[in-house]
Structure formats: structure tokens, C-alpha cells
Design a protein around this ligand. Structure first.
Ligand SMILES: [Zn+2]
Length: 265
């Protein structure tokens, strides 16, 4: 495997594996572009903020004293994915919910839309805190950050439209299916561009939702989330992708891909 430009991780908030029947664009990319589709088991609790912390540190939420979205941010883990990517020579950026900025960016717990922090773990961030912020706008924010990145970069693009529709309309609603379809097409369109620019693209979710559109429990509907791995042109699916089962192992896997990108150059 080789990565020229780096890696874009797309986190579709609240997307369960059971809802990917609505996602024919990312699904089609797997066959057409030599990608991989698997499933990951999220950690518990299936709540956003604890899982944002868990995904980027590889630690169980409760081991970081994160039991709910109200839990205060733990001390910054110096081994978090963004810091580790920077140590490998990657720049870091994200278009994400403000809680990501609170945990790993330079927002200092304040509501800040734009943060430039060259010495920080996330060096450039565009944040939102209204859950109705459209997926199309988040992805556009991500395109801007990625398009203006110098050299190699690790980027996070984090959409909220699916989670928002689940809470408002329920997991069995027409509106939820529509939000999932919209996210699929918006993300796939952007992914084609990023792949063409030499980035790996990985797409996953923090947690799923149940048929009521709720999450926080331990059902398969809430804990089983999809993972797509799409290689840039000439790239091969990294070893170990098929063995990935736990969301907790994603951080180490992404780091391996980034490290290999540096070695391969
Ligand atoms: Zn969430």
C-alpha cells in the first residue's frame, strides 16, 4: 500500500450498518474501485462524545471516565491519532462538530467556527454545533481544508445529518432513509475527488441508532457500524483490513496506513 497525500476519515454520525441498504454510491465504489466494506463493533456507551474520544485514542470511553455526553473532556491523550499523525509528518485538519474541537482541537471549550492552531493536534478546524448543519456544508468545509493542505495530511470530515434525522423522525422514517441516501451520495462524490488527489478515504460511524432513532444502548442496531476503505489509484487494501472488528482498533490501523505512506515515499 502507498499513500501519497494522506488520508481522509469520514465519520457519518449515527449511521448503523443496518441502514447501509440505502447506500448504493459508496457500495458501488467498493466493487468499481477495489475498496473494502466491513463492519466494526463500537465501544460503549453508544454516545457521540465518549465515542469521538474513543475512536481517536483507541481507549474505551469508560477507561477515560466518559460515561455520557456531559462528561468533561479527559486530559489530552498525547498519543491521540491527530498527534500521532503529526509526529509522522502529516498536517492535520477537520471539519467536525465542536465536541471534536473540544477534545482534540484548540477551541478550549468555546464555540469557535474557525480555528488555526499550527502547534495543536488538529492544526486547522472548521466546527459546527447546530446538529442541523447540512452534510453538504460540512463536506464543503472539508474539501476546502483538504484542498488548501500543504503536503501530506490527515483529515477528518464529520457529518451530522443522519443522526439528526434519526432523533427527529425515528429510525424507520422516510426522512431517516432520505438522510442516509443524501449522506451516501454527498460523501461518495467528495470521496471520488479525494481519491483522485491521492488520498485514502475511509468512511465509518461513531455509533448506530435503533429503530426508534435512539442510541446509548448496547443493541446490535446501535453498536454495529459500517467501515469502507477506498484506496487511492494504484493503492491496495492494507493488510489486516479484513481482521478489523473493533472500533477501538481503528486508530492503530489508520496510523499503520499513514506510517506506510511515509515509508513508501
Ligand atoms: Zn453521535
Amino acid at each position: 500500500m502507498s499513500t501519497d497525500r494522506g488520508l481522509v476519515l469520514v465519520l457519518i454520525d449515527g449511521l448503523p450498518s443496518w441502514a447501509t441498504v440505502h447506500m448504493g454510491s459508496l457500495g458501488g465504489m467498493v466493487g468499481a474501485l477495489g475498496g473494502y466494506r466491513g463492519d466494526l463493533r463500537s465501544s460503549l456507551p453508544t454516545l457521540s462524545k465518549p465515542l469521538y474520544h474513543s475512536i481517536f485514542t483507541g481507549r474505551e470511553p469508560l477507561a477515560s471516565a466518559m460515561a455520557s455526553n456531559s462528561s468533561p473532556p479527559p486530559p489530552r491523550d498525547p498519543g491521540n491519532l491527530f498527534a500521532a499523525a503529526r509526529a509522522l509528518g502529516y498536517g492535520t485538519c477537520c471539519a467536525a462538530h465542536i465536541w471534536v474541537g473540544e477534545l482534540f482541537g484548540g477551541t478550549g471549550g468555546e464555540l469557535k467556527r474557525f480555528v488555526i492552531d499550527p502547534e495543536g493536534d488538529i492544526q486547522r478546524g472548521i466546527y459546527y454545533w447546530d446538529d442541523a448543519y447540512p452534510d453538504s456544508h460540512v463536506v464543503e468545509d472539508g474539501k476546502h481544508l483538504i484542498g488548501t493542505a500543504d503536503g501530506r495530511c490527515l483529515a477528518l470530515v464529520h457529518t451530522m445529518g443522519v443522526d439528526f434525522a434519526a432523533h427527529r423522525y425515528g429510525g424507520e422514517s422516510r426522512e431517516f432513509a432520505q438522510a442516509v441516501m443524501g449522506a451516501d451520495q454527498t460523501v461518495a462524490e467528495a470521496a471520488l475527488r479525494w481519491l483522485g488527489e491521492g488520498f485514502w478515504v475511509m468512511v465509518t460511524a461513531d455509533h448506530g441508532v435503533n429503530r426508534h432513532g435512539l442510541h446509548g444502548g448496547e443493541s446490535d442496531q446501535e453498536t454495529l457500524v459500517p467501515l469502507w476503505i477506498l484506496p487511492p489509484r494504484g493503492g491496495r487494501i492494507p493488510q489486516g483490513a479484513e481482521e478489523l472488528r473493533r472500533q477501538l482498533d481503528l486508530k492503530a490501523f489508520v496510523l499503520d496506513v499513514l506510517a506506510e505512506g511515509v515509508r513508501g515515499s
